[in-house]
Design a protein around this ligand. Sequence first.
Ligand SMILES: *Cc1c(COP(=O)(O)O)cnc(C)c1O
Length: 363
Amino acid sequence: MTGASRIHNFGAGPAVLPLSVVEECRAALPNLNGSGFGLLEISHRSQVFQDIVDSAMARLRRVLGVPEDYTVLFLQGGASLQFYMTALNLLGEGEKADYLLTGGWSKKALAEAQRVGDAQAAWSPDESGFKRVPNNGEYQIREDAVFVHYTSNNTLYGTQFHHLPDSGGKPLILDASSDIAGVPIDISAHDLVYAGAQKNLGPSGVTVVILSPWALSKVGDGIPTMLDYSVHASKGSLFNTPNTFGIYVLDRVFNWLEENGGLEASIARNKAKSDLLYGELDRTDFWAPHADKDSRSVMNVTWRMANESLEPVFLAEAEVAGLGGLKGHRSVGGIRASMYNGCPLESVEALVAFMRDFESRNS
Ligand SMILES: *Cc1c(COP(=O)(O)O)cnc(C)c1O
């Protein structure tokens, strides 16, 4: 495998990783950090692996600016398990929680919370078809809500919050699965942030959960062991065998982020990529972008074509031209370009060049 034969990967997740990280994995497979143990063959109780956990946590804290008194966990079960765990741990008997419904993932989060307690939608987009996120003042949080949950980036629809949602003074819980470490997120303004790794941070199978002291103290009694945040916190995420490979990759991705200018530079790279693509989409009405302008996602760009019958042709020709993973999610249809942290600017340049060529041949 060489870098040159890799496709320009716009897949929504698991998603493209920096080639240097992929190559570090390859080198570590037979022998991890000179230990003689292969990356997939080493005990999670070894010092070599403990050093990797510690390094990954320290790098994550530095890059994301996690407050010192917050706890970081590396769990399994994906973001989808967090839909349930957040409510199970934080919503006590008879307590209420409010959800901002901005797409498919927040709907699923709400449905899981409703298994636990009185969870309801504080805002849902009625006729807008998830083309935007709410502005502050457009919804009301219940006086006695215990927390407010939102999804910062809506992976399927290509919309994103560009402001901190007003939670009416209640603790904020955030699903940041598809924009963590790619946009400015003030961790200290939240009480719990979770993210599956497979979009911006690494492979599938490891989920980052960041908890404030309030969130940890709120964890109720009698929660099944594997679902109890306080169990995982007390064992430094090593209560049982974690996803050792995933944590290794996470550490390498955060190392790559640090070596490439940290969060600020990551934000700038993602903005440059999305500016380039939205610029092309706005240049001509050959394309029909889905999201309202002020809710546009920098991570997942979704669009239709004015002539929808050309969409399958576009996708097929794109694949032949070395541009993969562009098929839109069925909820919007059309085309979606996911441009997470690991997606290089050159891929977006290649996409835009292909779009111009396609337009000139088909209009
Ligand atoms: C992908 C995604 C999920 C689901 O993640 P899993 O790890 O597959 O459970 C949840 N929320 C958001 C915002 C996502 O993008």
